[in-house]
Design a protein around this ligand. Structure first.
Ligand code: COA
Length: 263
């Protein structure tokens, strides 16, 4: 269904208040909330929350040629606003975003404050991560038939990562995507994404802390004081989170139809 942004805006006005009780969105220091939005909720998210989008977000939505991608953008950006509005106890439509030269969306004054967030999407799923006063990055990828497993990461992975991967290529999509998501989560937390010098950063298993934990370094120098972990979300999905908090506690929050009933 093509989503009608104008209808959504009017519907939102009559359906307000849309903000959840802020106590439902209590985010302790040193905690990270990871919200999971599955694609079957895109329509409800669009219908319920899209009224809060800014004119430039509406314009960006309209620029998507494929309806599916357009609605997915509307849903994730609307949900981002809704959740930030909850954490900062302000109206989602009052938030103003701008982008850094690397494209990272950041909140403008007066909401810039201390809330860090990161968004990632893949076919079927969106993740949104939030934490106070830190850097946070999340990445999710679904492996699909025809992925160029032999080529993925060339020029992006560091020599140490390439060496670790060598035995796994070209058969192990899971291993390649694991390293890919770790790398993107880290680089999104740092804000430059894949621009800059991605192969100067290395991500490696940190089995001393536990399975699914990893550590990062830059030109061989450890990036310390971070919590870096793989996120387990299903057999065909790989995801990772990097946050500049020591021993952060990470919790998952799945959006469900009842989420939209909070208001
Ligand atoms: C960030 C990046 C790695 C995302 O890659 P991706 O796997 O295609 O997409 P994901 O779904 O994981 O992430 C997309 C989200 O990352 C965020 N994002 C974009 N650029 C970002 C950056 N530099 N740092 C952190 N997050 C960023 C946005 O929230 C975006 O969500 P949106 O599409 O709803 O706006 C990739 O876009 C990149 O390397 N960007 C930097 C390129 C650059 O320098 N652009 C400059 C001009 S805009």
């Amino acid at each position: 269904m093509q989503h009608d942004l104008v209808t959504a805006r009017n519907a939102g006005r009559t359906a307000s208040p849309l903000l959840p009780d802020p106590s439902h969105l209590s985010l302790p220091d040193s905690a990270v909330h990871v919200w999971v939005l599955n694609d079957y909720l895109i329509e409800p998210a669009c219908s319920t929350l899209a009224h809060a989008l800014s004119p430039d977000e509406r314009q960006r939505a309209r620029a998507y040629r494929h309806e599916r991608n357009r609605n997915a953008f509307i849903a994730r950006r609307s949900l981002l606003r809704w959740l930030i509005g909850g954490y900062l106890t302000c109206r989602p439509e009052s938030l103003r975003f701008c982008a850094t030269p690397f494209g990272k969306p950041v909140l403008q004054w007066p909401h810039a404050a201390k809330l860090a967030f990161s968004v990632s999407h893949t076919d079927g799923m969106t993740l949104l991560a939030f934490a106070w006063d830190c850097r946070v990055g999340v990445d999710v990828e679904r492996w699909i038939d025809g992925l160029d497993i032999a080529g993925i990461g060339r020029g992006i992975f560091s020599p140490i990562e390439e060496e670790a991967l060598e035995p796994a290529r070209p058969d192990s999509a899971a291993t390649v995507l694991s390293i890919w998501t770790r790398k993107e989560a880290l680089l999104k937390a740092l804000g430059m994404g894949l621009s800059g010098e991605p192969n100067a950063y290395t991500t490696e298993d940190d089995l001393q802390i536990g399975e699914g934990r990893w550590r990062a370094s830059h030109h061989g120098t450890a990036i310390s004081g971070w919590t870096c972990l793989d996120l387990v979300l299903g057999p065909e999905v790989r995801a990772a989170l990097a946050v500049s908090l020591k021993a952060a506690s990470v919790t998952f929050h799945r959006c469900s139809l009842s989420t939209w009933a909070i208001s």
